[in-house]
Ligand binder design. Structure first.
Ligand code: CAA
Length: 464
């Protein structure tokens, strides 16, 4: 049975911080953000928003757009790494908000949980819900998988320039118009690591930035190896001599904590795949230098990162490799369109891979490319750490959905924050009733109880 993504909707907060203002305030070169990281604007949540209301707003959009009633939905999953309760799941808050619009008890049949594994949990939720449909358990109903996050780092930390916020929701069913997932090829890789984590009670993560960058690439590569074995053994794809698995993916979407991480990760994967092929000799000649190898043959992440000579040479090699016409062709045709939204919105943690998918659909369609039958590969990564590689094929009816996609319209009018406003919001100095934007037709947070008996209870309203 086919199963996959029928439609996709996004909700992005209306406030943003401009990368140039950020760089000026932090004494950084703005080019580092814009060109080095690929960050132009970072969405920031208002004082009356939390990840649950971002998720609920995205769900309402997709339901209204597709004229769905609660009876059409059998499961609602929320994946997030911005959880604010250790027990009560975020999907229950979302259902509570949706029932303000659709009526008390309207979603009581609708199962689901909140899933957590840093930025990769949404991919696990998509996989599990796709299998719920494939197993024939859905009884004609659809699933909503929402990925919603507030990427917030400590003031003055190196992660602060890669913040953002927003939610992406995907409607899954057995007759998807957008993308049918390839069956039996989803591959994972997992390892107990501390590259990025958020201990109980801490609002921002503890991050080992360069370690996390390298671990991300290693883990996704391992998952890609496992995916490759599965596509070969299942007969889904036949890889001819001189080809790599990446030649069989028309699009490759990567997890995007910042847009240039996608570029880095793709270059890493392509380089490792091409190294085995006859074309590599030609590429090395074009680059004009040998591929550097680390001094320590164990090649642990720590030893690689502390090998300064290797790191410098490898950086130079990667830059030259990224400039070769062969790699440029791969980058432009398979990845570039997925990075556009990330540059203007920022890091959405769990949602950033799917914002990239959404971005690619719109901007590739605008190029006039026929997307029907194109295979899309996904490289998902969550710190802590796990990676997932999977794929799907764009369906003949895709145009019905993609022709109306318009990122600017969907994001809506945004307001640029001053530095002072940003600091107040970041340090949680404003109450929900002191929000900067008074949005209409949206769910907002009204209060979080502080009384001992009801501490942590949240109240939301739908702003008419
Ligand atoms: N002009 C142009 N480019 C410049 C520049 C300038 N003046 N200064 C620096 N750059 C370039 C650098 O060359 C570098 O480019 P390359 O990656 O191509 O080498 C880029 O800008 C970034 O510079 P640095 O590597 O020096 O940046 P940094 O060390 O200060 O911070 C970071 C980068 C480590 C990603 C940091 O922002 C961070 O810790 N972020 C949070 C962790 C993170 O996002 N990790 C990603 C993988 S883990 C994950 O993905 C989970 C998750 O979602 C968080």
């Amino acid at each position: 049975m086919a199963a996959g993504v029928d439609d996709i909707a996004i909700y992005i907060p209306r406030l943003y911080l401009d990368a140039t203002d950020f760089a000026e305030a932090r004494g950084l070169d703005p080019v580092k953000l814009q060109k080095g990281l690929g960050v132009s604007q970072m969405s920031i949540v208002d004082s009356n928003q939390d990840p649950a209301c971002l998720a609920a707003n995205a769900c309402l959009k997709i339901m209204q757009k597709n004229k769905l009633s609660p009876e059409d939905i059998g499961r609602l999953y929320v994946s997030t790494e911005s959880a604010f309760d250790e027990s009560k799941a975020m999907n229950s808050y979302v259902i509570g908000m949706l029932e303000q619009v659709y009526g008390q008890g309207a979603f009581e049949h609708c199962g689901g949980v909140e899933t957590k594994f840093a930025c990769v949990s949404g991919s696990y939720a998509l996989y599990d819900n796709t299998n719920w449909i494939r197993a024939g358990e859905a009884e004609g109903k659809a699933a909503l998988v929402v990925v919603s996050d507030i990427a917030k780092y400590d003031m003055g930390s190196s992660g602060e320039m890669t913040q953002g916020a927003g939610a992406v929701v995907m409607l899954l069913n057995d007759n998807p118009r957008l993308l049918a997932f390839d069956p039996k090829v989803t591959a994972t890789s997992i390892k107990d690591e501390y590259d990025f984590y958020r201990p109980f009670g801490k609002e921002t993560p503890i991050v080992h930035g360069q370690y996390s960058n390298l671990l991300y690439m290693i883990q996704v590569r391992k998952a890609l190896e496992a995916y490759k074995k599965k596509v070969i053994s299942s007969g889904l794809i036949k890889i001819e001599p001189g080809e790599t698995i990446l030649d069989h993916m028309d699009y490759i979407h990567m997890h995007l904590p910042y847009s240039n991480m996608g570029k880095k990760a793709l270059a890493y994967l392509v380089r490792h795949e091409w190294r085995q092929l006859p074309r590599w000799k030609r590429i090395l000649q074009e680059i004009g230098m040998e591929e550097p190898v680390p001094k320590d043959p164990r090649g642990t992440i720590e030893s690689v990162l502390s090998d300064e000579e290797f790191m410098a040479k490898d950086h130079e090699f990667t830059k030259l490799f990224s400039k070769t016409p062969e790699y440029q062709e791969v980058y432009e045709s398979k990845l570039a369109s997925s990075l556009i939204a990330s540059t203007m919105i920022g890091n959405l943690y769990t949602a950033s891979l799917y914002l990239g998918f959404r971005s690619s659909l719109e901007f590739e369609y605008q190029k006039g490319i026929n997307l029907d039958g194109k295979r899309v590969g996904f490289g998902s990564y969550g710190s802590g750490s796990s990676a997932m590689v999977f794929s799907g094929v764009i369906q003949p009816e895709y145009e019905q959905v993609v022709k109306d996609m318009n990122l600017e319209v969907e994001v809506g009018q945004r307001r640029k924050l001053t530095w002072d406003e940003y600091e107040k919001l970041h340090e949680n100095k404003l109450r929900p009733d002191q929000s900067m934007v008074h949005s209409k037709k949206e769910f907002v947070l009204v209060e979080v109880n502080t009384e001992i008996e009801t501490r942590g209870e949240r109240r939301y309203i739908f702003n008419e």
